[in-house]
Design a protein around this ligand. Sequence first.
Ligand SMILES: [Zn+2]
Length: 67
Amino acid sequence: MIDKELLEVLACPVCKEPVELTADGKGLKCVKCDRIYPIRDGIPIMLEEEAYFEGEEGSSSEAEETG
Ligand SMILES: [Zn+2]
């Protein structure tokens, strides 16, 4: 779990806006650009290249059909 005080000092590296904990508590979502920064071992990864958008995570593209 992320401390509320820590949350207050964190900001999106892209737009410098505050982030908020996602509903499942597994990420921090920027209030402006909706990027979600993952939390690994309790440490928020505030990197643009690590961020993802909702519905993007863990998407395996095996559903490709040839026909
Ligand atoms: Zn942002």
